[in-house]
Design a protein around this ligand. Structure first.
Ligand code: NAD
Ligand code: UFG
Length: 345
């Protein structure tokens, strides 16, 4: 079984490549390396002891994409490739719409030309927008507040239209909550460029001494300690969710949305405390104003994925923090770090 993984050199893609190879799939990665490094895929091969094929191809280059499909008999596609920074999407919306939507249109057209109609798509909990009531289940009305979120919502709708036009398509729309952590080997992990936007990479960079203190965005939310509550999910659990979704799309037809989250929310202070507990490192922080656009509480109702995909997230926040820290401490400069790894030896 051959699976094409777009964006497979990225954070979630590389972890999913590990699980795909471990599960016995052959994989072909297409990535333009706009937000990732090739060394991530070298490390995927080291972790698994297996090979994969890589094409440095941009989804906006339809001719090159067509060539990849000509070279291989592809059974299904897992589509991660996209730009993902919410703030940046507000500044350069056209780039986001072009990359995330035109890229997906090109992919679907080439898939259609080669009769490939099984897809797992990276959507996001961002399609739920500013909801009042938690947990979020797949049926609540969707809304988004920024161009990035709109690209996810638009692609979901495009994929639904594709299925209406031809019921041979089978597509899973995976709505991720807050992916964190790293592979337990410490070999691959999240490598944000510049100052991290997300909480856990910020905490690990404070811990490793790259940043001086964390700014906690608001302590006046209606939550148990006033700080924002999120559904953090270990990236390995998330990657395994893709294997379950792939099995589902290979054996059924339709378009189905699934929340991939744990169903439990933790606050910013809970995350700081868990990180300090497992690492013994103090994280200096300061409470500042709320970040514009943030909501107080977001967590998933993951029942549909639990039942239909037979998937459940197993790893708790201490494991998330421990694995995020192992990755950061072995690789203080992310994939640019030239160190001899203790991991896997
Ligand atoms: P990432 O940036 O690490 O990975 C995305 C990969 O896609 C990168 O390797 C990048 O080089 C590649 N890419 C981007 N545009 C491309 C193009 N036009 N052609 C070829 N390759 C291209 O991001 P990630 O965190 O691994 O996220 C993967 C997917 O999951 C994205 O679609 C993202 O929007 C979605 N998602 C991420 C999160 C999160 O918090 N990380 C949450 C919800 C959804
Ligand atoms: N936070 C801080 N300080 C920081 C960073 C974050 O206090 O330096 C807080 C935020 O206010 C929030 C929590 O930590 O309460 C989590 O913030 P993240 O930025 O890690 O995650 P978000 O939930 O804000 O955003 C994530 C993804 C987005 C996606 C959004 C909605 O990063 O891509 O979920 O699904 F759009």
């Amino acid at each position: 079984m051959k699976v094409l993984v777009t964006g497979g050199a990225g954070y979630i893609g590389s972890h999913t490549c590990v699980e795909l190879l471990n599960a016995g799939y052959k994989i072909i990665v297409v990535d333009n390396l706009s937000n990732s490094k090739l060394v991530a895929l070298e490390r995927v091969k080291e972790i698994t002891g297996k090979e994969l094929e890589f094409y440095n191809v941009d989804l906006l280059d339809k001719v090159a994409l067509y060539q990849v499909f000509s070279n291989h008999r592809i059974d299904a596609v897992i589509h991660f490739a996209g730009l993902k920074a919410v703030g940046e999407s507000v500044s350069i919306p056209l780039k986001y719409y072009h990359n995330n939507i035109t890229g997906t249109l090109n992919l679907c057209e080439v898939m259609q030309a080669f009769g490939v109609n099984r897809m797992v798509f990276s959507s996001s909990a961002t399609v739920y927008g500013l909801q009042e009531d938690v947990p979020f289940s797949e049926e609540i009305p969707l809304q988004t507040t920024n161009p990035y979120g709109r690209t996810k919502l638009m692609v979901e709708e495009i994929l639904r239209d594709l299925y209406v036009s031809n019921q041979n398509w089978s597509i899973a729309l995976l709505r991720y909550f807050n992916p964190v952590g790293a592979h337990p080997s410490g070999y691959i992990g999240e490598d944000p460029s510049g100052i991290p936007n997300n909480l856990l990479p910020f905490i690990t960079q404070v811990a490793v001494g790259k940043l001086s203190e964390l700014k906690v965005f608001g302590n006046d939310y209606d939550t148990h300690d006033g700080t924002g509550v999120r559904d953090y999910i270990h990236v390995v659990d998330l990657a395994i969710g893709h294997i379950r979704a792939l099995e589902n799309v290979l054996n059924t037809a339709g378009v189905k949305a699934y929340n991939l989250g744990t169903g439990t929310g933790y606050s910013v202070l809970d995350m700081i405390n868990a990180f300090e507990k497992v690492t013994g490192i103090a994280i200096p922080y300061q409470i500042v104003d709320r970040r514009p656009g943030d909501i107080g509480t977001s967590y998933a109702n993951p029942t549909k994925a639990n039942k239909e995909l037979k998937w459940v997230a197993h790893k708790g926040i201490e494991e998330m923090c421990k694995d995020a820290w192992r990755w950061q401490s072995y690789n203080p400069n992310g994939f640019d770090t030239k160190v001899k790894h203790k991991a896997l030896k």
